[in-house]
Design a protein around this ligand. Sequence first.
Ligand code: GAL
Length: 650
Amino acid sequence: MDWPKGIGGLCYGGDYNPEQWPEEVWKEDVALMRRAGVNLVSVGVFSWARLEPSPGSYDFAWLDRVLDLLHGAGVRVNLATPTASPPPWFGLAHPDALTVTADGTRLTHGSRDTYCVSAPAYREASARIAGELARRYRGHPALAMWHVHNEYGTGCHCDHAAAAFRTWLRDRYGTLDALNDAWTGSFWSQHHSAWEQVMPPRATRYLPNPAQALDFRRFLSDEMLAHFREQKAVLREHTPDVPVTTNFVFGDWVPVDHRRWAAETDLVAVDHYPAADPPQETAFAADLARGWAGGRPWLLMEQAVVTYTGSRMIAKRPGEITRLSLSHIARGSRGVMFFQWRASRGGAELWHGGMVPHAGEDSRIFREITELGALLPSLEEACRAPVEAGAAVLWDAEAGWALQAPGLPSTGLDHTGTVRQAHRVLYRGGVTADVVHPSADLSAYRLVLVPALYLISDDDTANLRRHVEGGGTLVVTYLSGVADPCARVRTGGYPGALRDLLGIRVEEFHPLPPGTALALTGPGGEDLGTGTFWSEHVHLEGAEAPARYGTPVPAPGIGPHDAGWGAGAALHGLPAITRHRYGAGTALYVSTRLSDADLSRLLGLEPSPLELVRRGEWVFAVNHGDDEQQVPDGPLLPPGGYAVRRARQG
Ligand code: GAL
């Protein structure tokens, strides 16, 4: 049960919000959906206020008509539970269930996601509306899948959250002694002598406790998962044959460990909105989603027809909607869905675009949407074989959260950013990589990259060791293996857990002042580029040093005695990149930040704007560049061109 009921091939469609439009528009909607080849729409995501206009009184008549209309047009429905946006009456009836921020502000209704996931009233109301929907539509022929909630990810710091956090901590640690030990309670008099003293990380005087902050994120992830599970159980009871999913959102702000959640969804579904570098960001998101899905099918549930950069909403280039969609499909998505079907004419997201834009059907966007809909069925065969990935990049939500603590040796430390760089370099070098958790089975990969994996467990360390012992190559970057799962330093020299595997011992960290660089030189004095941002005093303990720190290049205005710089300069001649034979494999360590070009050279890669993904005998090729590109043993692709073909086709 891992695919929307009634859909054999790829899914195509988007969020459909008919409640925003008069009924005459609905008829035009389904006619245009047919024209575009749409076969699945997500309905009702934010419709709670229309479904339950006042507490306990329901209005399903309009939704009945929508589902019947869609069914008549052969469009299947991914029916949402609307719990991401409780109606205005809910907050007035249950003020204790509205979000409280870390500084104690209680939010009011007026946007969305304003609830506390631990508040009993919210939990009850969520299960109730899910149950009403399930009872009403369990026999409806259009029902293909359940879409629980929307983009889980908002936390709360209220007293309900505090009580639930304590329960979670008791389950995790058992005793207060164990909690005090995990949180290093002996520091700054934070030893708790009763459970009631334990709080969520609320606004406080100075640096908060990093282990408390990390555990609170873990708790929020589990607490939201409990809310998902409750709804899933209700839906399952009424519709045991309908898959249940929720749409995952990307971003380090989300306290959701999607890898753990993935196992609880029948289908992994993700939303993705690339910003600065859409092709590369798309490849990263798709490879990460594939990692979450762990070999199961997954689905791009939402993308946009425009590019949101944070400050502007930019029209996509001609053909870009198709190219990015193809990239998702090549990397394992079994369909393409959008936010949203028809661009809203009012409300907070009226400028977020739609498959039917404000201009209507006579538009470049709708023409491209229709072309994409016609293309998708021809790709089904090529999507059957698994994506072939020769390399893996390790990513762990918890390691990323731990690096968001204040008080680290440098600002700007960023696990996900470092993972993205590693992935980007592989992507540009034509290597398809899986993005997986450090506990994943690594036996299929020749090359595994471990970028700034600050926090690592003993079990995951053993997993990395097995990979190298078995003949694999591991490339570990600075600040990996340093801390244990409680964000406590592993003492005796960095990189703690990975010292013996890497054959090194790091005595000190030397974060570099912005703009300064250390030259990197090979054994024969050859120029191997520069290191920036970070450097370390590395001792060899079995490893060799293919690159050493050379001449320092201070930023203008930085002198030899300026803080940070003098220490950086003291590394002259010491190891910067190390290589260690271990078992049948090799473990490299990079103790500084390399540019993309230098990392690419270290890995022996040649950058190219041609995206190539192999799946069995099929190759997906997309030219994201401005020049023609030759597909190996294949056609010459014009700028923006693509080809999906059998590898050995003439
Ligand atoms: C998505 C979200 C939608 C809508 C969209 C805006 O991530 O699920 O509800 O907000 O972003 O582009």
